[in-house]
Design a protein around this ligand. Structure first.
Ligand code: UT7
Length: 335
């Protein structure tokens, strides 16, 4: 029997209408456009305002509606929905069910996946496993976050970094030599919860007046420590996946790094010796760090440049810590 691969057959995305500029951030905390651009590389980010919609599922529904239009997908054919998010609408029900129910996917099961900024690459590996099992033919992987709901806008260390957005891909089986070929994924609670976490709201530290007063439901980050781990772990996992798939820098058409910081992207791609200007997808300037959404939003932005068979290395790092790299061969020419 021919080997089955899972291949991406469509990509879609959604970012909210409201544009929060560095000038606006500078009026809220003590920072400047010059600092944010030189230290992170962000010019503006999108924020989901109540007037536009509520919860991450609002953005996910928009993204998946576009995906269904682009791929002529009948909702009744969808077998599974994997939703990578750290900001589900509710603790329960899961966000995947909100999306699949809203869009009439009556034959699908859905669940949320928690891997912070690495959510999309973890979700691709899980979705790929569902397809290659032979039991599922159409799997949607959504990756999105409404980080504005967990950002402390009194903390200048984190306020400029994050934005809201959502991406989605459709995975289908193929016997061609395309699709998701390999994955190197890891998770390790380096430093426990001290370097990058939301300290309250879970079962270890449930919500109370005190946790709210102490801003413990918002993201806490020790930027410098996270920066170092991000560079070394993203680089190492890319090197490992390229080595074991016999890929030289020349063989790789695209590197798609999680968009956390332009300096991290620069350091990782230098280590890989791939051409920064020609082969690296970047959109951090206009969306900021959208966590799980950043890689699929890059695919969405660059889709018209991608050709069937292009070799791509996707890499991410996030809270957990979680990190890794996925090697895939793109599935279709521009439509
Ligand atoms: O996506 C998940 C994973 N997350 C990441 O990968 C993020 C990794 N970390 C980073 O991207 C960077 O560490 C940050 C962007 C968070 C911070 O940049 P940094 O260059 O590491 O700055 P820093 O925290 O070392 O701070 C340097 C200086 C400090 O001042 P002093 O002590 O040197 O006087 C900070 O107080 O910059 C100051 N600073 C700011 N100044 C203006 C910190 N935040 C700001 C700000 N505006 N917003």
């Amino acid at each position: 029997m021919d080997k089955i691969n899972a291949v991406i057959t469509g990509v879609a995305g959604y970012v909210p209408n409201y544009v929060m500029t560095n000038e606006e951030i500078s009026q809220i905390v003590d920072t400047s456009d010059e600092w944010i651009m030189s230290r992170i590389g962000i010019k503006e980010r999108r924020i989901l305002k109540k007037e536009e919609g509520v919860g991450v599922s609002h953005m996910a529904i928009k993204a998946v509606e576009e995906l269904m239009r682009k791929t002529s997908l009948n909702p009744l054919e969808v077998n599974a929905v994997v939703f990578a998010t750290t900001t589900p609408d509710y603790m329960m029900p899961n966000a995947a069910s909100l999306v699949s129910t809203h869009l009439g996917m009556k034959n699908a099961f859905g669940f949320d996946l928690s891997a912070a900024c690495s959510g999309f690459i973890f979700g691709l590996e899980v979705g790929s496993g569902l397809i290659t099992s032979g039991r599922h033919k159409k799997v949607i992987v959504i990756a999105g976050d409404m980080l504005s709901s967990i950002t402390n806008y009194e903390d200048r260390n984190t306020a400029p970094i994050f934005g809201d957005g959502c991406g989605a891909v459709l995975l289908e089986p193929t016997t061609e030599n395309i699709g998701i070929i390999d994955a190197v994924l890891r998770s390790e609670a380096v430093g426990g919860i001290s370097h990058l976490s939301i300290k309250a709201g879970g079962s270890a530290n449930p919500a109370s007046h005190e946790t709210v007063d102490n801003n413990e439901h918002k993201i806490y980050q020790e930027g410098k420590v996270v920066f170092k781990h991000a560079v070394s772990n993203m680089s190492d996992s890319c090197v490992e996946i390229m080595k074991r798939n016999y890929l030289t820098p020349e063989d790789v058409q695209w590197v798609i790094p999680h968009q956390a910081n332009l300096r991290i992207i620069d350091a990782v791609t230098r280590r890989l010796e791939v051409s920064f200007s020609e082969k690296v997808m970047i959109n951090i300037e206009k969306y900021g760090n959208t966590s799980a959404a950043s890689i699929p939003l890059c695919l969405w932005d660059y889709e018209s440049k991608l050709k069937k068979g292009d070799n791509m290395v996707l890499t991410a790092f996030g809270a957990g810590f979680t990190w890794g790299a996925v090697y895939l061969k793109w599935g279709y020419d521009p439509k």
